[in-house]
Design a binder for this molecule. Structure first.
Ligand code: FAD
Ligand code: SF4
Ligand code: SF4
Length: 1017
């Protein structure tokens, strides 16, 4: 374990002193020079280093420090400084490598934040020149208008950078049609470790130093022609070692269209060991105008494997993918609420495996005929009626998303046994696929584990990860399985590393694959390019053993600090049986943090949260693009803290506070993170630990106790509201409370729902009613926006329900409360008390099966979420089952045909209608009911705005320290979408969302209940 360095680099000399005092001379000088000589961000704190010590592999190596260059020149300067100080360099993109390519004890240079421009697009020549930190999806987004794309469509397209993809020689699902990176790179501009920038392109056009490098490599290759012919795997998917064969090509697909040698191909797949890429010139392809998909359902896995070799012959060049999804993955997808509906559409009965077969091209009619051919072929192979036809793009896209998330879905297994990537991507010729997979399955069985199979059947690269416990005997088993797997790969003349590269995990297998002479030539190549051995040393050549546990995340010294968490995390505190995947009972996993640490450790660093497309994860990262403000960065910080790697303060350390500061608790990760990392819930743990140590601020108290002082405050409404009309008062308020003067605070009302309630049924009346419903009116809709609570009552009554307002059994002048404001400020005991009160009040209704309906998503959904983690057991589970948002309830009733009376009364509307979903609504899949219910209004065409968090997030956006970032979040998509439609009615159920909309776009959004009432005839 690395000793933590409590340092914060702030500037030149200070940085030097801080680092050198606590670290070592070289790290200090490095930090000082980087801070003084570059414009980049210099990150040398223990937490920063820890966040860059891992990638999507099992390894962890602490870097000396991290540089996030702001300009290209920063990189060159950093190379010079590192050369002077003899500090290794580890270039990094999204850090999604699976074999430990981006971890190393040097200076990590993160290209992904600033160096991400498209430098040039030549539509005619179909090339694009890009900076290495550009993400593939972002490039393709820009190319779309020109009918072009870069077709190396890796599963991590939303995260992977082009520099990282070139580094790993990445390959996409459609590699059968387009090849790997090496087949699609036309040139590279890159620095060698002597600081010289070279242009690598066609060998026959090369001059100067690049020509010399090329000639030396050619000499090496020419000397080895017999070995290359004998040892080089003859498959498309071979990414191990260096591409020494460019001079004597062995790939089943030519590296270049005209057979010319391209020296940039030597850098592709070199994993940052030969040169540091400044820009890449890429070969683009025409975006297919049409795609059709056939999903074949197989009764056995073997059948699926055996069929692949026949399927690839279909399509006359339009076949672009044959992808496998096995039974385990089908089951896991069905358990994931975001994926289940999509998967169901693809199933016929209960298949053991699916093959997703795609044809793409310009002529849709021809593609549909190929789909017919596929159906006919399956009939010939004895499987009539096994194909689900998906000719339309929508369902296809959704299914590809599930397939792309496949690996991550597998990682959601709880317990210490996890599917581990180390023989994940061996590639074998198709005719051996069925035999190979059967033999490997048997190897797993003998080692007491099993693997889930998926991915690229078209090119013989099937992903499989046996389940291993890397805290115990995992490393030894990994080696044993790797050795047997390698024998199979050799028997079937395959490639040991067919997609994910070498890194720390497979470096030692390079010699095994290519033999000593080629391996030695690789070493010479490395010395030619990087005589100082500065670039990612000990990778590809001189690699350490794959099972060196000192280099692993769960190294022999890994210990979790004992801790009693505030919430119940026992569901994560389990162990699993690698052979059956069965988990033990909650609370039996042996976690010293009673499940909290294991929940944190669920993050496997795959980087899925580094996304900018639709969905809610992760708004703060979208604004800052900082690793520390990413769900992954937060999970890593927590893991480091919980295991004592950030010093004695553990969870309450300053580093955790910084990482958590911009987490808005939106629960986007709870829904989107494939392994279910729920940072919003984790933030509650942190906040409690932090405030216990540092104390609660006045702001915390004002937020938390709002439900308690609201009855009194409402009496002084005119006085308190003065603050919103006086700059002076707002300024004074900001100084003392931390609430931003620039924000209006919610308006108090003397008359509000709780002292002037609507006429509703008594407790006895509702219990006796044939159409009962209980409305839980929260603090926000009760005191600040009573109009919403009244509207809800009116709508429910118009629909014929007997409505009762939930109230305390013993009135004490205060309303019932879910405790959210206490949770948000880390006062879990107080929140538990509120929850207990509410649960007791709701119990009689729940016992009778009466729905509990709420209006404010963050309040009502607390009943379904945090209440179940507060130790109330079955009582909370029962209430959770009955707690519904108003629209969820109405949509359910409409589906049962019980809303005819309401429907008959709704007047038509002709205005455009925009809907913004509250993050917690999205997290609980509760947005579509809003759309369904609004569609009951004749003529209404509600459209969901593709948004992440609005940025207000409870009190977050009101805080002076967060106001700016809150507005930036809103400006990402929400506010521009609203401004673009000035006539639209905007529906937003969240109180804070409505405030953000009026503050940012000066538009008054309404709760859906209010719109329904407006339309009542
Ligand atoms: C869930 C999951 C699914 C995946 N699916 C696929 C898949 O379908 N196909 C596939 O091929 N891979 C896949 N991968 C592996 C990985 O996502 C890809 O290799 C990806 O291209 C890496 O991109 P990155 O930006 O994260 O690169 P990183 O991991 O950051 O870096 C990759 C390599 O490139 C080097 N590098 C980065 N920038 C530079 C630079 N400027 N100069 C020199 N070297 C540089 C790094 O040192 C490293 O060796 C998957 C990984 C995960 C976790
Ligand atoms: S937080 Fe979730 S999505 Fe992000 S890297 Fe970790 S596991 Fe992946
Ligand atoms: S809760 Fe929201 S802001 Fe916090 S890490 Fe998850 S997605 Fe990001």
């Amino acid at each position: 374990m690395n000793a933590p360095l409590p340092i914060q680099v702030t500037g030149g000399a200070a940085a030097y002193e801080q680092v050198s005092a606590l670290s070592n001379e070289v790290a200090g000088r490095l930090a000082q020079r980087l801070a003084a000589e570059t414009q980049g961000e210099v990150l040398f704190t223990p937490a920063d280093r820890g966040r860059y010590a891992t990638d999507a592999s099992i390894y962890q190596v602490m870097p000396v420090g991290v540089l996030v260059p702001r300009a290209v020149e920063d990189v060159r300067i950093a190379i010079d400084i590192c050369r002077d100080l003899k500090v290794p360099i580890v270039p990094r993109g999204g850090g999604t490598s699976q074999c430990g390519q981006t971890v190393g004890a040097g200076l990590v240079i993160d290209f992904s934040k600033h160096l991400r421009r498209v430098l040039q697009v030549d539509a005619e020549a179909r090339t694009a020149t890009v900076e290495p930190g550009l993400v593939l999806d972002h490039l393709n987004g820009q190319l779309k208008a020109q009918g072009l794309w870069y077709p190396v469509d890796v599963s991590t397209a939303a995260q992977a950078t082009l520099g990282g993809m070139a580094g790993n020689n990445s390959c996409g699902s459609r590699s059968i049609a387009y090849g790997n990176m090496v087949h699609n790179v036309r040139g590279a501009s890159a620095w060698t470790s002597d600081g010289i920038l070279h242009d690598f392109g066609r060998f026959d056009h090369a001059t100067g130093a690049v020509r010399q490098l090329g000639e030396r490599v050619r000499e090496l290759a020419c000397r080895l022609v017999p070995e290359i012919e004998q040892r080089w795997p003859k498959v498309l998917r071979r990414v191990a070692g260096y591409n020494l064969d460019v001079f004597h090509p062995q790939s089943v697909r030519p590296y270049t269209a005209d057979g010319a040698v391209n020296l940039s191909h030597l850098l592709v797949g070199s994993e940052g060991t030969l040169a540091v890429t400044r820009s890449l010139t890429l070969q683009l392809a025409e975006l297919p105008r049409a795609r059709v998909l056939g999903v074949i359902n197989f009764g056995s896995f073997h059948q699926a494997m055996d069929s692949a070799q026949h399927i690839v012959k279909l399509g006359h060049g339009t076949l672009t993918a044959v992808e496998l999804v096995d039974r385990t993955m089908i089951d896991l997808s069905l358990r994931n609420p975001a994926f289940a509906p999509t998967v169901r559409q693809a199933l016929i009965g209960e298949p053991e495996a699916l093959l997703l077969v795609e044809f793409a091209g310009a002529d849709r009619a021809a593609l549909l005929r190929h789909l017919d051919d596929l159906v006919a072929l399956m009939g010939d192979l004895g499987l009539p009626g096994s194909v689900v036809r998906m000719p339309d793009e929508g369902p296809q896209k959704a299914l590809w998303e599930v397939r792309k998330a496949g690996l991550n879905i597998m990682m959601s297994l709880r317990g210490d046994g996890k599917p581990v990537s180390f023989i994940e991507d061996c590639a074998v010729p198709l005719e051996h696929l069925a035999e190979y997979t059967a033999a490997l399955t048997e190897v797993f069985r003998r080692h007491g584990t099993k693997g889930t199979w998926y991915a690229h059947a078209s090119v013989g690269t099937l992903h499989v990860r046996p389940i291993l416990d890397m805290r115990r005997d995992g490393a030894a088993r990994m080696r044993a399985i790797a050795e047997e797997a390698s024998e199979l790969v050799r028997r079937y003349k395959g490639a040991y590393s067919g997609e994910h590269g070498d890194g720390l995990c497979r470096g030692e297998w390079v010699q095994w694959q290519f033999g000593p002479r080629i391996h030695e030539a690789f070493g010479e190549m490395k010395r030619l390019f990087d005589p100082a051995g500065l670039l990612c040393p000990q990778r590809i050549v001189d690699a350490p053993p794959m099972d060196d546990t000192r280099l692993m995340r769960f190294n022999p010294g890994y210990r979790v600090i004992p801790l009693v968490p505030a919430l119940d995390w026992r569901a994560w505190d389990v162990q699993n049986d690698p052979a059956t995947e069965k988990t033990t009972a909650p609370g039996t996993g042996g976690d010293p943090a009673l499940g909290f640490a294991k929940a944190v450790e669920m993050c496997n660093n795959n980087g899925h949260c580094r996304k900018f497309d639709a969905g809610t994860m992760c708004p703060s990262y979208r604004v800052t693009r900082d690793e520390q403000h990413l769900t992954r960065g937060r999970a890593n910080t927590l893991r480091l803290a919980l295991s004592g790697q950030l010093g004695p303060d553990g969870l309450a350390s300053e580093a955790v506070r910084e990482a958590m500061d911009l987490c808005v608790g939106c629960k986007g990760c709870k829904r989107d993170c494939p392994t279910g990392v729920d940072m919003a819930r984790m933030k509650i743990e942190f906040t409690q630990a932090d405030r216990r140590k540092n104390g609660w601020t006045l702001k915390d108290k004002l937020v938390a106790r709002l439900p308690d002082y609201a009855p009194l405050a409402a009496r002084f409404a005119p006085l308190l509201n003065l603050r919103n009309h006086s700059q002076l008062l707002a300024g004074v308020g900001e100084r003392f409370t931390g609430f931003a003067a620039a924000r209006r605070l919610p308006k108090w009302h003397r008359r509000h729902f709780f002292n002037d309630p609507a006429r509703t049924a008594t407790r006895e009346e509702v219990l006796a009613s044939g159409r009962p419903v209980v409305l839980f009116v929260d603090t926000f809709n009760g005191y600040f926006e009573s109009v919403n609570a009244r509207a809800a009552v009116q709508v429910l009554q118009a629909a014929g329900y007997t409505v009762h307002i939930a109230a305390k059994a013993q009135a004490d002048g205060k309303a019932l409360c879910c405790g959210r404001t206490y949770l948000a400020t880390g006062q879990v005991d107080e929140a538990r008390a509120k929850a207990g009160e509410l649960l007791a009040a709701l119990q009689p209704f729940v016992d009778r099966g009466i729905a509990i309906v709420g209006l404010e998503p963050s309040c009502l959904l607390t009943l379904r979420d945090e209440f179940t983690a507060m130790g109330f057991g079955e009582q909370a589970e029962q209430v959770a089952k009955h707690a519904l948002l108003l629209e969820e309830f109405l949509a359910r009733e409409a589906g049962a045909g019980r809303l005819e009376a309401l429907k008959a009364r709704l007047k038509p509307m002709d205005k455009p209608l925009l809907v913004h979903g509250h993050c917690h609504q999205k997290a609980f899949d509760a947005v579509s009911p809003v759309l369904q219910v609004l569609k009951l209004i004749p003529g209404a065409n509600p459209r969901l705005i593709e948004t992440s968090c609005c940025g207000m997030a409870g009190s977050f956006g009101y805080e002076a320290s967060h106001q700016a970032v809150s507005m930036q979040m809103a400006e990402l998509s929400l506010l521009p979408a609203i401004r673009a439609e000035p006539d639209a009615v905007v529906v937003a159920d969240g109180t804070s969302c409505r405030h953000q909309i009026i503050d940012g776009a000066q538009r008054r959004a309404v709760h859906a209940a209010v719109l329904l009432v407006r339309q009542l005839g």
